[in-house]
Design a binder for this molecule. Structure first.
Ligand code: PGA
Length: 256
C-alpha cells in the first residue's frame, strides 16, 4: 500500500536477457500498453524497464514519447577512466537512463560487491543526477537463523549514500531465496521488514516517510495484488515476469 504521497514504482529488471529484436518488441509493446490501457495509470504510477546495457539505446528509441522510464542494472563508481568493461552513471544518463539499480544480490554474490562498493556506486548515480535503486535482502540461512532484520539494517545503512532523499533513492527489499525461486515470504514477513525499513528511512532522511520501498523476488500477476497491498510496499522490482508483457502488465495493473 502506498501512502498518499508515495508514488508507486514498478521496475522490470531484464537481467542478462534479450537481443535487439525481442527487447525492442517487448519495450514497444509495453509502451503501447501503458499509453492505451487505463489500468496502467501512468499519471499515478511509474513504470520502469532496466534492459541489459546493449539494449539501452534501442530501448530508449522504442519507448520515446511514452511514459515508460529507462534504467540500467549497474554502474561503476567513477565518472570515466581506465576501467575496462565498465560503464559510468554519466554514460547511462547519456543513453536516456533515469534510474540505475545497484547492489542486486546477483552482483553482491557474483561480483563480490560489499556494502561499501554499493554505496560508492549509489553515490555515483546521485552525482549523475539519476535515481538509484539500492537492493538489499537476506539469504535463506540468514532468515533461518533469525538475522533478517540485522542484515537488512546493515545493508540499508551501509549502502545508502549521504545526501540521498526520497526523490533520488529507492530501496528494493529482495530476499535472496525468493529471487527466481517461485517462493515468496508471507505477507506478515514482508510487512515486518518494510515497516522496519520505513523506520530506518525516517531516521536517515528528512523525507524518509516518502522513500519508495519496493518488494522483489518472484513477483507474479498471481501474487502481486497481495504483495502490493502490504503496508509500506510502494511497488515491485520484477525479474523473470518482466520479460513477458502479459505478466509485467498484470503486475503493473495490480498496484493500487
Ligand atoms: P525474480 O527476480 O522476479 O525473477 O524473482 C527479481 C529480481 O532479481 O530483481
Amino acid at each position: 500500500m502506498s501512502g498518499p504521497d508515495v508514488r508507486p514504482l514498478i521496475a522490470g529488471n531484464w537481467k542478462m536477457n534479450g537481443l535487439t529484436a525481442d527487447g525492442v518488441k517487448l519495450a514497444t509493446d509495453l509502451a503501447a500498453w501503458v499509453r492505451t490501457d487505463a489500468s496502467a495509470a501512468p499519471d499515478r504510477k511509474d513504470v520502469l524497464i532496466c534492459p541489459p546495457a546493449t539494449l539501452l539505446a534501442p530501448t530508449a528509441r522504442a519507448i520515446a514519447g511514452s511514459p515508460v522510464l529507462l534504467g540500467a542494472q549497474d554502474c561503476h563508481g567513477a565518472k570515466s577512466g581506465a576501467h575496462t568493461g565498465d560503464i559510468s552513471a554519466e554514460m547511462l544518463a547519456d543513453q536516456g537512463c533515469r534510474y540505475i539499480i545497484v547492489g542486486h544480490s546477483e552482483r553482491r554474490a557474483g561480483h563480490g560487491e560489499t556494502d561499501a562498493i554499493v554505496k560508492n556506486k549509489a553515490a555515483a548515480v546521485l552525482r549523475a543526477g539519476l535515481v538509484v535503486i539500492i537492493c538489499i535482502g537476506e539469504t535463506e540461512a540468514e532468515r533461518q537463523s533469525g538475522r533478517t532484520i540485522d542484515v537488512v539494517t546493515r545493508q540499508f545503512q551501509g549502502s545508502l549514500p549521504s545526501g540521498a532523499s526520497a526523490a533520488t533513492a529507492v530501496i528494493a527489499y529482495e530476499p535472496v531465496w525468493a529471487i527466481g525461486s517461485g517462493r515468496v515470504p508471507t505477507a506478515e514477513e514482508v510487512a515486518a521488514v518494510h515497516g522496519h525499513l520505513r523506520g530506518l528511512a525516517v531516521d536517515a532522511m528528512g523525507d524518509g516517510a516518502g522513500l519508495r520501498l519496493l518488494y522483489g523476488g518472484s513477483v507474479k500477476p498471481s501474487n502481486a495484488k497481495e504483495l502490493m497491498s502490504i503496508p509500506h510496499v510502494n511497488g515491485a522490482l520484477v525479474g523473470g515476469a518482466s520479460l513477458k508483457l502479459e505478466d509485467f502488465s498484470g503486475i503493473v495493473r495490480s498496484v493500487p
